[in-house]
Design a protein around this ligand. Structure first.
Ligand SMILES: CC(C)(COP(=O)(O)OP(=O)(O)OC[C@H]1O[C@@H](n2cnc3c(N)ncnc32)[C@H](O)[C@@H]1OP(=O)(O)O)[C@@H](O)C(=O)NCCC(=O)NCCS
Length: 176
């Protein structure tokens, strides 16, 4: 009889943590941008910028050997970044996050990744240009440690004529 009575009461009451509660939600991950990504990258660029880069510009960046990364959740493109590095200086050429995912820390992750890549290539300084009319990007760069370095007058096309660029720079200290 006892053999068919089931587990002892104490065992039956024991609860186990559901697996979903101990797994973190999937974090988008970085990988190198590939030619197969270019359509999605160009599509995101078009919705994110008023004056977007063309698909051909991204293709040129890949051909030129620039460091082009995408942040992907496995099935969809979350964002991307492009960095050029030469002679101890790195230049952030593009950082973009899908508009629906703004404000969730993805932009910060992409910029930090580009800075890591610059460090791995022993760059001593990272530069970037940003529109004065882009407070979100300026806020992001300042919070990471970039400072205004100068201005390039009439650098960008704008709805009404041209817009200056703020040039920002960040020193990469050895061993940091
Ligand atoms: C700029 C951009 C990359 C930021 O990406 P994001 O994922 O929204 O940024 P994050 O969530 O990582 O925000 C990081 C920081 O940016 C700053 N920031 C974000 N929104 C801001 C706003 N509206 N105003 C000022 N600063 C802001 C904050 O410092 C924020 O840090 P916090 O959340 O700890 O306060 C994104 O808005 C984007 O793709 N814009 C279109 C393309 C573009 O303009 N690229 C930059 C070209 S120079």
């Amino acid at each position: 009889m006892a053999r068919f009575a089931g587990p002892p009461a104490t065992r039956r009451r024991k609860t186990t943590t559901p697996v979903v509660a101990i797994l973190k939600p999937t974090q988008p991950e970085f990988r190198r941008m590939r030619v197969e990504d270019l359509d999605a990258v160009a599509a995101l660029e078009t919705v994110a910028y008023e004056f977007p880069w063309s698909r051909a510009i991204f293709a040129d960046c890949l051909r030129a050997g620039y460091d082009c990364v995408v942040l992907s959740d496995g099935s969809a493109l979350v964002g991307y970044g492009v960095l050029s590095c030469a002679a101890g200086e790195a230049h952030v050429l593009n950082v973009c996050v899908a508009p629906l995912l703004h404000g969730k820390g993805c932009g910060r992750r992409i910029v930090r990744r580009l800075i890591d890549i610059a460090r791995w290539q022993r760059a001593e300084r990272v530069y970037l240009e940003v529109r004065p009319s882009n407070p979100r990007a300026i806020g992001l760069y300042e919070s990471i440690g970039f400072n205004e370095f100068g201005r390039r007058p009439n650098y960008y096309p704008a709805k009404k004529g041209r817009e200056d660029a703020i040039v920002m720079a960040m020193e990469l200290l050895a061993g940091e």
